[in-house]
Design a protein around this ligand. Structure first.
Ligand code: ATP
Length: 715
């Protein structure tokens, strides 16, 4: 959610959305919640026994009080007084032991429940497809795992520790009172329905308030989450204004405060009304009982015992009536958790899914008439997790993002995807590891429909490096081991070396134990991508899906990434969203994607010759700078660095192989001097600094491009 400049933007959050907050608890929620107590049934049985024993102890002490007054103090029997005093002390000790054991047992149950619910929800959420996460607010999701889980647990604990003991206390206290004085007990019983009324009335209101409060807390959490991660903080620093940011937060925190006040008032109202009723009933007992004692039809000890019993009668009633309210509010939390648990992952592993035979080398990737549209929010997520209430019902947009994509990427070859922005290149690559499923057509790996393969197999087979490679806020080592937990130190070093990042890591004081900042913000874009390549190399997948960085990199990083990629793609079936000249030149096939379709396909020269979209893209994307003297690379003409064009001079204005940028004004920089030329002193004039790494110019012998793709089978 974004706070606009100036006055706080009106945000249609869930606080104002009646549907999501006033919604009643789904019928059957309580029945569904009960099985969560099943694993603890034996502890629950012991707990119930102990609480029942506690209830008996509660009734025993007023009876001892009556005995000590009527049979010990008034008849002056010192021996009996001492014995009863000892019994009271023993009873107090027993109650203390019971209370301690009950707390321990109920703690075991409640924390166990929190653990069970959290792990279940976490596991369920992590199985959701990527579309779920693109639609969901992280803060709201985290709130479900924190606040709702705890609220749900509190209800179960309250129910367990209070329900049986309160009910038993009520019965025992009433029975004892009846035995002592049926008249006074009848008066107390007459007041009983009054005690249940506030719980019933306030409980409903509390339920609504609870749901709203949870949602407002989640909104506040989301805001903090969004603003305090590095990307959000950066955006806020660059575009946000501290005052409007503060106002936005103050607004949300204010709503949390307001609802907190109302909730407290309602909860307190419940307690106060029950206490008031209790006090009124006690007054009746004092009045009625006192008159009976004065009349001599009642003993003093009995009146004292009745007064004490009465306080123990209202305690359980109070608990029972507030329990009703707390269970009702807690059902809201269970309901909100079940809502998440009921969300069936749109992409799931098929029963009987198979794994590929890993020993057969890199498999082929095939798209067969694949069409795709991004799932609608309602298909993958929950309105209450998306943070905004949709202003209107979601538009049914059935426009296809991909329309009938068909191609084969033969085993061990490089397929480059090029096309205008928004054409669908990333979408195509996301169908290979099943981040999404097509709406029609089939994506195959090694001849198998990807929907028939196990998730483990897909994870092992397909490695993906995105432009903005994510790193966890942990050590470099932990980030690398995430791809292959069992990797040894030398494997890590080797992968880092191959990814051209080892020198940098070795130079850090803590080496591999350096902690990466939030989302890898400690490293530059180029460094992060090389770390991601190292992670990919550790995983050693047989299919590589790569989105080349579009960012301008200095020539050194560019060359380093290129070398890293050379290793990463070697001997693997690769699908690369190409932004580099060297990639499209070295590609075994280029697919030109436009508006969700493959509009051209072939190799570089063929496509240039066809003078279609590719030739246009080539001129605009790959050779941005107008050439010297206004010349542009000639479609179909000789290509600098082309193995077949050995010895041909570079096209004017075109950077040497592997370099998309920068534009050249002078002769192409070379790492080494051209054959026969005197060694170059200093950087070349007017051009970018000389490249480190593989020479960027055409090889003198007309062989394959250095830094480019090795000949088939070399890996
Ligand atoms: N998660 C998503 N939900 C809905 N639509 C999406 C989603 N991701 C992408 N799109 C849309 O799908 C279309 C294709 O996007 P895609 O990212 O595949 O394009 P691209 O060719 O990779 O573009 P670029 O070169 O700019 O990265 C775009 O119109 C985009 O707006």
């Amino acid at each position: 959610m974004i706070g606009g400049p100036g006055p706080v933007m009106t945000i249609r959050g869930f606080g104002e959305d009646s549907d999501s907050t006033r919604q009643r608890v789904t019928p059957g929620t309580a029945r569904r919640a009960l099985p969560y107590a099943r694993p603890y049934r034996w502890i629950i049985v012991v707990l119930l026994l102990l609480t029942s024993l506690g209830a008996v102890a509660q009734v025993a002490s007023p009876l001892l009080l009556k005995t000590v007054i009527d049979e010990g103090i008034i008849p002056r029997d010192k021996g009996l007084v001492v014995w009863i005093a000892l019994a009271v002390a023993g009873l107090a000790l027993l109650e203390a032991i019971l209370a301690f054991t009950e707390t321990w047992l109920s703690g075991k149950i409640s924390e166990g429940l929190v653990y069970d619910l959290r792990t279940q929800v976490f596991d369920h959420v992590q199985r959701q497809p990527i579309a779920f996460f693109t639609r969901t607010q992280t803060g709201s999701l985290v709130s479900r795992l924190n606040t709702d889980v705890v609220a749900a647990q509190q209800a179960v604990t309250t129910l367990l520790s209070q329900s049986v003991s309160s009910l038993l206390s009520l019965i025992l206290v009433l029975g004892t009172m009846f035995y002592l004085s049926w008249q006074i007990t009848l008066v107390a019983l007459a007041a009983l329905p009054l005690f249940l009324l506030p719980g019933r009335l306030v409980g409903r209101r509390l339920q609504g308030l609870m749901r709203e409060s949870m949602q407002l807390n989640a909104e506040m959490g989301t805001l903090m989450h969004e603003r305090f991660n590095v990307a959000g903080a950066l955006l806020a620093k660059l575009y946000g204004r501290p005052d409007s940011e503060k106002r936005l937060f103050t607004d949300r925190a204010g709503r949390v405060r307001d609802i907190g006040v109302v909730t407290t008032v309602y909860s307190r109202m419940l307690l106060v009304s029950v206490t008031l009723l209790g006090a009124l009933a006690t007054a009746v007992v004092y009045g009625l009982g006192g008159v009976l004692v004065v009349d001599g039809s009642f003993q003093l000890g009995t009146l004292v015992a009745l007064a004490v019993l009465l306080t123990r009668l209202f305690g359980p009633i109070n608990q029972l009536s507030s329990m009703q309210a707390s269970v009702m509010t807690a059902l809201v939390s269970f309901d909100r958790l079940f809502e998440v648990l009921d969300l069936r992952p749109l992409i799931a592993q098929k029963p009987g899914a198979v794994a590929l035979n890993g020993s057969r080398g890199a498999p082929e990737v095939e798209f067969d008439a694949v069409s795709f549209r991004y799932p609608r929010a309602s298909e993958v997520s929950l309105a209450s997790l998306q943070g905004y209430a949709a202003p209107a019902p979601e538009r049914a947009d059935d426009t296809l993002t991909l329309d009938g994509i068909t191609f084969r990427a033969p085993a061990g070859t490089l397929t480059a995807l090029v096309g205008p922005s928004g054409a669908g290149k990333t979408t195509i690559t996301q169908l290979v590891p099943r981040l999404y499923d097509p709406v029609s057509g089939t994506v195959r790996i090694g001849g198998h429909d990807v929907r028939d393969l196990t998730f483990d197999c897909l994870r092992d087979t397909v490695g993906m490096v995105t432009q903005d490679a994510h790193l966890f806020h942990d050590t470099l080592r932990a980030n690398l081991l995430y791809a292959r937990p069992g990797a040894e130190e030398r494997d890590l070093v080797e992968a880092c070396r191959a990814a051209q990042i080892w020198d940098l890591i070795a130079a850090l004081p803590d080496g591999l134990d350096t902690v990466v900042g939030d989302r890898g913000y400690r490293f530059s874009g180029g460094e992060k991508q090389r770390l991601a390549i190292a992670r990919l190399l550790l995983k050693a997948p047989s299919i590589v899906v790569l989105d080349e960085a579009t960012a301008h990199l200095d020539s050194e990083s560019e060359a380093a990434i290129q070398r890293a990629l050379k290793t990463a793609l070697e001997g693997r079936t690769s699908l690369v969203i190409a932004h580099r000249l060297s990639t499209i030149r070295d590609a075994d096939q280029i697919l030109v994607v436009d508006a969700g379709r493959v509009v051209e396909r072939g190799v570089h020269e063929e496509l240039l010759e066809a003078d279609g979209l590719y030739a246009e893209l080539y001129r605009t994307q790959f050779t941005r700078q107008p050439a010297r003297n206004g010349a542009v690379p000639t479609p179909g003409g000789p290509v600098y660095g082309d193995p077949n064009g050995a010895g041909l001079p570079p096209l004017e204005g075109m950077p040497p192989g592997g370099m998309m940028f920068p534009p050249m004004q002078g002769p192409p920089p070379m790492q080494g001097p051209p054959p026969g030329a005197p060694p170059m002193q200093g950087p070349p004039m007017q051009g970018p600094p000389p490249m480190q790494g593989p020479p960027m110019g055409p090889p003198p012998n007309g062989g394959p491009m250095p830094g480019g793709r090795p000949p088939q089978g070399s890996g």
